[in-house]
Ligand binder design. Structure first.
Ligand SMILES: C[S@@+](CC[C@H](N)C(=O)[O-])C[C@H]1O[C@@H](n2cnc3c(N)ncnc32)[C@H](O)[C@@H]1O
Length: 185
């Protein structure tokens, strides 16, 4: 699986191309790049840090060692917010205010910005390097004007009670509902 991913990265192609062209031979420079990628992986570097990308909520995110790699199970946070936002426990989507604490790559804030086009979304991180990646991801998805990023410790400088959803991912929590706190309702 990793070998396939790294080969797609080396050739700049998708899985469909790879499988449609089993006869394709690597040029010397492609082989050298592929060998380098495999060697990095063998040293324990996650494949996503080698390719610089990870998919989350069907969106492609830039990842570097400055941010954690978005995990598939974190998509449950998005599902849970969307479910709660639609069952009347929260204000109408147009009035929703959310904050993603410890945004990292920005995956949660940006996935929700995509899904809830009228909601007001804030994201914080204590790490300037992480925020740089989050902002790059926002620009990449044309969501730069949708998320307000704050370099701060947790919610410092913000009013916690002003938010309907406080998604605190500054530390990893296993059960999704612990990561989700509905301030009102
Ligand atoms: C576990 S990662 C989560 C990243 C992302 N939300 C995700 O689910 O993939 C934690 C992030 O929280 C940030 N962080 C850690 N302590 C923090 C704090 N006290 N205030 C704000 N952000 C913090 C880290 O810089 C890191 O980017």
């Amino acid at each position: 699986m990793n070998a396939e991913l790294l080969l797609m990265f080396t050739l700049g192609c998708d899985r469909a191309y790879l499988h449609a062209h089993p006869e394709r031979e690597l040029s010397a420079s492609e082989q050298a790049r592929y060998d380098d990628a495999l060697a990095e992986r063998a040293r324990g570097v996650p494949a996503q840090y080698i390719t610089g990308h990870q998919e989350f909520w069907a969106m492609d995110f830039i990842v570097t060692p400055a941010v954690l790699i978005p995990r598939p199970e974190t998509e449950h946070v998005i599902e849970t917010v969307l479910r709660l936002a639609c069952v009347g426990r929260a204000p109408s989507p147009a009035a929703l205010r959310l904050v993603d604490v410890g945004t990292g790559s920005g995956c949660i804030a940006l996935a929700l910005a995509n899904e809830l086009p009228q909601a007001e979304i804030h994201a914080t991180d204590i790490s300037p390097a992480a925020l740089e990646i989050a902002r790059a991801n926002a620009a990449r998805h044309q969501l730069g004007s949708r998320v307000q990023f704050h370099e701060t410790d947790l919610l410092q400088g913000l009013e916690p009670k002003a938010f309907d959803f406080n998604l605190n991912r500054a530390r990893r929590f296993s059960p999704v509902l612990q990561a989700l706190k509905l301030s009102h309702g």
